[in-house]
Ligand binder design. Structure first.
Ligand SMILES: C[S@@+](CC[C@H](N)C(=O)[O-])C[C@H]1O[C@@H](n2cnc3c(N)ncnc32)[C@H](O)[C@@H]1O
Length: 249
């Protein structure tokens, strides 16, 4: 069982995702726990204030250290000792499959989602172990980012995705993009299903898929191949894909 917590001013946004689909099943099956902690519950005044104007002026509001810090202390008490506190921020390290794998190996972690213009820097200095970004753009709040991280991690936990093979062949898992998929009908005005997929020859299907995965990665994300040492078989498959692409082009 992985024990996590999300600190957020909008726990209802998180609830919606935790009750449906793969995340919902992980929670129902007891493989994942996710406490929701609202910093507003730890505000120190009757109006439950969690934000204030930035010192030095400027646009928007900033989340205050204390309610957020207290919410994180509370969140820590719901996860295993030593579990890291991860702050979602466009200034963080870019989240990817490697980091999802690292987090999936832990017993738990706390995700902190901010709102407004962000948080008082002293909160980051005193309560945060790691900052993660979901990409080079700004969204209005950290909830979506926290859920992106939680969903990607939950998929990697044993038993969460019904068929474990569906995880191992997915894009980015072994550093390649996934191969194209087809389902019924075999023939459609949009085209025919590649013959090999209907052949029943598992070896031929596996080779075709590997060749497609390598070829697609080369076409769409050549950067993923840069630091990668391809084996002899992969090199031959990719070379034949490149030759066919050159002929077709
Ligand atoms: C409107 S943003 C504030 C951005 C902040 N002023 C900055 O430029 O770094 C509010 C919150 O949404 C979350 N957020 C926004 N973009 C994000 C991203 N790309 N990755 C992760 N979290 C993000 C963070 O929790 C952030 O504090």
């Amino acid at each position: 069982m992985m024990r996590t917590a999300i600190v957020s001013l909008f726990p209802e946004l998180v609830d919606a995702f935790l009750s449906a689909g793969v995340l919902g099943r992980a929670v129902r099956d007891g493989r994942l726990e996710c406490a929701r902690i609202n910093p507003r519950d730890y505000a120190q005044d009757a109006r439950q204030t969690v934000d204030d104007r930035p010192f030095g002026g400027g646009a928007g509001m900033v989340m205050m250290v204390e309610p957020l810090g207290e919410a994180v202390r509370q969140a820590r008490s719901t996860v295993p000792d030593g579990a890291p506190v991860v702050f979602l921020s466009p200034q963080g390290e870019r989240f990817d499959h490697r980091i999802a794998d690292e987090l999936a190996a832990l017993d738990g972690f706390v995700l902190v989602a901010a709102r407004y213009e962000g948080v008082d820097e002293r909160f980051v200095a005193t309560h945060v172990d790691r900052e993660l970004s979901i990409g080079d753009y700004v969204i209005s709040g950290g909830e979506l980012a926290a859920l992106v991280v939680l969903d990607a991690v939950a998929r990697l936990l044993p038993g969460v995705v019904g068929n474990p093979n569906s995880i191992t062949s997915e894009s980015h898992v072994d550093g390649l993009l996934d191969y194209p998929q087809y389902t019924r009908p075999e023939t459609h005005t949009a085209g025919r299903t590649p013959e090999v997929l209907l052949s029943g020859d598992h070896g031929a299907v596996a080779r075709w898929r590997r060749r497609q995965a390598l070829g697609r990665t080369w076409l769409r994300r050549p950067d993923l191949l840069l630091d990668r040492e391809l084996g002899e078989d992969d090199r031959a498959l990719l070379a034949s894909y490149m030759r066919d692409t050159a002929k077709a082009g």
